[in-house]
Write a protein that binds this ligand. Structure first.
Ligand SMILES: Cc1cc2nc3c(=O)[nH]c(=O)nc-3n(C[C@H](O)[C@H](O)[C@H](O)COP(=O)(O)OP(=O)(O)OC[C@H]3O[C@@H](n4cnc5c(N)ncnc54)[C@H](O)[C@@H]3O)c2cc1C
Length: 465
């Protein structure tokens, strides 16, 4: 077969036909589906995992980062309902009121699923998007695979919320990936949760270390441990000692944060181990390696905590992310591609769907947040994201939302956090329904109308004093 096999053509069953088809049920996908359903559209989310939320739930990415604008305005009306339900289910640490960052990922997933059901969004789990049917610049349908075999789903508008731009790329869209200087994507991580921790003992130990070393703990969520190579923290010497003793690996010292987990007594969310070399998230061998090697390193990290820190005598790993934590993979070419420079210069747009002042957040062995690109200091210290970053170039009815929207490497590092991802999903869902109602293509839709509708529904776009 010379390394290739020609697949014979075959007739596929049509699973269904929808106004809006959302591929990928992570944060962006959930917000896109709900906002389209609120416009009385039939909507289906196709998701490969057994639940919704993607990185924020299966990936255990808690906390949700703030946009760093005074008052943390939610550029999303759906976020308010999500937080209210999360709090009702004891899944939000209301320490910071409605602005709490700290959530329980398991509860968030249930909240996402409940809201989708409440608003009539069709949810198709355990289903992998594999191909796209494109005619004359329009996506007519998608091909999915699941236990029932290979099937087709038809739709009027399609939104790619896969994080990796799978639908866009299979449809033939252009994209870039990685740092233009090195070609490398951002580092990946495999997050996990440690339970059975004596939090008070651990917090007292961190205090003790801080007093002894005169150095900070390295993290603002308490009790917390923070280690990275940008500077010395109170526990850095213990990590160095463990590396010398063969109890940890060099990689463990570059980025490792541990923080509290909303309302789970004795549990800590861990942002580590991090990977720095094999980073192509669209290569299944890389994903497999990261998942397997990550688990091995997680157990070593637990043993480190038990041997070198106080409060971990009865600790155990209670959960490991079922997906690899991907910060950046493909970035889709859209009608407008924002640059890091524009964001740092606080550029504003009249069709903006998101305001943020989250910093450039590029990980690596030499962490930089980012030395080359400094924010300007002005009266309106935030940037905005224009609607054009969601409009996939070369297509009539294809939008993209989430961490792979139109942005260069530096810009993507700031807009990948959950608050901006929520806004992009919400805007894409509203845009999809407007395209259907107005009978216009994504290129011809006026993004100012999308913004106006978000505001009408309750999204906040002002700096709250
Ligand atoms: C290690 C790490 C730490 C982070 N820390 C923070 C933090 O502290 N705070 C913060 O706010 N943000 C943080 N982020 C960023 C943030 O969590 C993500 O960028 C964001 O959640 C991405 O949302 P998304 O909807 O774009 O993608 P995802 O949440 O990744 O969703 C994509 C969904 O699409 C599905 N999918 C993909 N391909 C297919 C396919 N072919 N067929 C069917 N389904 C498919 C996936 O299963 C997934 O559910 C972090 C990210 C990582 C990786």
């Amino acid at each position: 077969m010379n390394g290739y096999y020609t697949e014979p053509s075959r007739e596929l069953k049509v699973y269904g036909e929808y106004d809006v088809v959302v591929v990928g049920g992570g944060t962006a996908g959930v917000f896109a589906a709900i906002s389209a359903a609120h416009s009385n559209k039939s909507v289906l989310i196709v998701e490969q995992l057994g639940g919704l939320g993607g990185s924020s739930t299966a990936g255990l990415v808690t906390p949700l980062m703030h946009n760093n604008i005074k008052g943390n305005p939610f550029c999303s009306y759906i976020a308010t309902e999500v937080n209210t339900l999360l709090d009702e289910y004891n899944g939000l640490n209301m320490r910071e009121g409605k602005n709490s960052r700290d959530f329980d990922p398991l509860v968030l997933g249930i909240v996402f699923e409940e809201l989708c059901v409440k608003y009539g969004v069709g949810v198709l789990l355990h289903t992998f998007f594999s191909d796209s049917i494109v005619e004359d610049g329009s996506v007519k349908g998608i091909i999915v695979e699941n236990k029932a075999g290979r099937q087709v789903i038809l739709g009027k508008v399609f939104i790619d919320c896969t994080g990796d731009g799978d639908l866009c790329v299979r449809s033939g869209a252009e994209y870039t990936k990685g740092d233009p200087e090195t070609g490398k994507n951002q580092p990946m991580s495999l997050r996990y949760i440690i339970s059975g921790v004596d939090n008070e003992k651990f917090a007292a130990h961190i205090d003790e270390l801080e007093k002894m070393t005169g150095l900070g703990g390295g993290h603002s969520w308490l009790p917390a441990l923070g280690v990275d190579r940008r500077r010395e923290y109170s526990a850095t010497h213990l990590v160095d000692e463990a590396i010398k003793n063969g109890d940890l690996e060099e990689e463990d010292s570059f980025y490792w944060t541990v923080g509290s987990l909303a309302n789970r007594v004795g549990s800590l969310a861990v942002n580590s181990p991090e990977f720095f070399d094999r980073l192509d998230a669209t290569d299944p061998d890389v994903l497999t390696f990261t998942q397997l090697d990550g688990k091995r390193r997680i157990l070593k990290q637990l043993l480190f905590c038990k041997k070198y820190l106080k409060g971990f005598d009865n600790a155990y790993v209670s959960s490991i992310s079922s997906i690899v934590g991907i910060r950046e993979s493909r970035r889709i070419k859209t009608k407008y591609v924002v640059s890091g420079e524009e964001l740092l210069m606080h550029k504003k747009f009249d069709d903006a769907f998101c305001m943020s002042n989250y910093p450039v957040d590029i990980h690596g062995k030499k962490l930089s947040f980012d030395e080359k690109t400094k924010q300007i200091d002005d009266q309106k210290p935030y940037f905005e994201l224009p609607f054009g970053t969601l409009v996939v170039s070369g297509f009539e009815n294809l939008l993209v939302a989430g961490r792979c929207i139109g942005a260069d490497f530096v810009a993507q590092s700031t807009i990948r956090v959950q608050e901006s991802v929520r806004s992009s999903g919400e805007a894409a869902g509203i845009a999809a329904s407007m395209m259907i109602d107005q009978g216009v293509s994504s290129n011809d839709l006026d993004g100012r109308l999308v913004r106006a509708e978000m505001e009408k529904r309750g999204a906040e776009f002002s700096v709250i004093e």
